[in-house]
Design a protein around this ligand. Structure first.
Ligand code: KIV
Ligand code: ZN
Length: 500
């Protein structure tokens, strides 16, 4: 192993995909996995096979579709989990089992009602069991961030002795300070007998906004693998963002650590993941946010015009921003659409190109210039075709000094229904009208509208969460008419729980 090589372990498809409402289907997961392979990641955590048949199947299909990266399946320290993961990884050319158990006092006491000795014994047993089937076994000490270093070292030493090739030190709750996390990794390097026989991995969560700082502290103190996700997606505040680590290591020439990442593929993949997961990238997100390279103050603009290095530490071309984003119009043909989609990392079949092209023409009728962000939204919008509940028409009157009123027509399994209602605003009126037709208990829990780029003719993206029968359902739509987008997103939620 080269001492300065950092292995990138991508968990977008496992930890990243646990975000409510962001689940991908198998075809979408394969698309992301192939793009991760092209990006140059070393390990793809493809799922948690025992958790659901969908996850199991995704691990199987990704194993078949991907050649170079190691494919990893997550398990608890439970034999049945490991058996299922082994089966799911059957076709992987390079495979890894990622098994582990909670080691903090809180996990030992409340999650397992066990003792430290029992936890250590279960950890060793799981690693030995996994080792019977695969050579490459990674062990995670869940909540290592809040585990005392001495006990953590004894667990890590025991699992390495049992055969673990990688030891993962997750800051599961995102609690550690960078100095503390770095010291933890150094403690393990200094105190674990046999540590040279395993790679130490970081796995940091962003609850206090320190995931990237903690990961860097880990790497600077001896870790040589980091677990990351595209756009930093992940449960709660998310995981360490792959693009941030890759670009820190690329731009800080003083740090002699290297990855295999082809950074020019970062931007297209960021947009693909955002669009497939229906998860907007915040405008000021480091590296991949819309404003990451936008200089608006006069002083900054003046400096950048004189010399880019005055205010820009990264060349946007290094992350794949080509600076010549082609704008398509209603006169652009299918070939131009396909070329631009491919440049954005979206591979389309002829059939999908046809559907996307029809949507493209509809949008080009409403909005003269179609940009990259519009295209990514369009390419992810074919789901409405097989919806049980469909919007037929929507008419809304609103303004100053009038009571907003909406009339709506929907098609439910081929049957047509109409209703009208008032509300305290156009969206409220439209949803009230919809509720006159769909009389099921539904509570709107979250509602966000985001424009894609700028301009009053822009497409608005709407994300909604609706609670029904104690469960929360996620819906999405995009439309130049934000009231229509809102109703479509609401209907998208309804379609998720309505089965006829
Ligand atoms: O955050 C965490 O501790 C995890 C483990 C399961 C690796 O995701
Ligand atoms: Zn995690």
């Amino acid at each position: 192993m080269m001492d300065n090589r950092v292995y990138i372990f991508d968990t977008t498809l496992r930890d990243g995909e646990q975000v409510p409402g962001c689940q991908l289907n198998t075809v979408e997961k394969i698309q992301v996995a192939k793009a991760l392979e092209e990006l140059g990641v070393d390990v793809i955590e493809a799922g948690f096979p025992i958790s659901s048949p969908g996850d199991f199947n995704s691990v199987v299909e990704i194993s078949k579709a991907v050649t170079w990266p190691v494919i990893c399946g997550l398990t608890r320290a439970v034999e049945k989990d490991i058996d299922v993961a082994v089966e799911a990884l059957k076709y992987a050319k390079h495979k890894r089992i990622h098994t582990g158990i909670g080691t903090s006092e809180s996990h030992i006491k409340y999650k397992f009602n066990a003792t430290r000795e029992e936890i250590l014994e279960r950890a060793v047993r799981a690693v030995k069991y996994a080792k019977k089937y695969v050579e490459d076994v990674e062990f995670y000490a869940e909540d290592a961030g809040r585990t005392d270093n001495e006990f953590l070292a004894s667990v890590i030493q025991a699992v390495i002795k049992a055969g673990a090739t990688v030891v993962n030190i997750p800051d599961t709750t995102g609690y550690c300070l960078p100095e503390e996390y770095g010291a933890k990794i150094k403690y393990l390097c200094d105190h674990v007998v046999g540590i040279e026989n395993a790679i130490i991995s970081t796995h940091c969560h962003n609850d206090l906004g320190m995931a990237t700082a903690n990961t860097m502290a880990g790497l600077l103190n001896g870790a040589r693998q980091c677990e990351v996700t595209i756009n930093g997606v992940g449960e709660r505040a998310g995981n360490t963002a792959l693009e941030e680590i890759a670009m820190i290591l690329k731009s800080h020439r003083d740090i002699t650590l290297e990855t295999n990442i082809n950074t020019k593929k970062i931007y297209p993949l960021s947009r693909t993941v955002s669009s497939l997961m229906n998860m907007p990238v915040q405008a000021n997100k480091a590296i991949v946010g819309r404003n990451a390279f936008a200089h608006s103050s006069g002083i900054h603009q003046d400096g950048v015009i004189k010399n880019m290095s005055t205010y820009e530490i990264i060349d946007p071309r290094d992350i794949g921003l080509d600076g010549n984003s082609i704008v398509l119009t209603a006169r652009s043909g299918r070939a131009a659409l396909r070329t631009r989609l491919e440049a954005l990392g979206v591979k389309v079949s002829d059939e999908k190109l046809d559907k996307t092209y029809q949507e493209f023409l509809k949008l080009a009728d409403k909005k003269k210039e179609i940009n990259d962000e519009d295209l990514l939204v369009l390419s992810g919008m074919e789901k409405a075709d097989n919806h049980h509940v469909k919007l037929n028409f929507l008419q809304v009157t609103s303004g100053v000094g009038v009571k907003p009123v909406a009339s709506i027509g929907v098609d439910i399994a081929g049957e047509k229904f109409e209703a009208a209602a008032v509300g305290n605003g156009p969206v409220d009126a439209a949803i009230n009208a919809l509720k006159c037709i769909i009389k099921r208990p539904m509570v709107l829990k979250e509602f966000t509208i985001q424009n894609i780029t700028k301009g009053s003719n822009d497409v608005g993206k709407v994300h909604m969460q609706v609670e029904h029968d104690g469960k929360v359902y996620y819906g999405f739509s995009a439309n130049t008419d934000i009231v229509a987008a809102s109703v479509e997103a609401y209907i998208d939620c309804i379609n998720k729980f309505s089965n006829g």
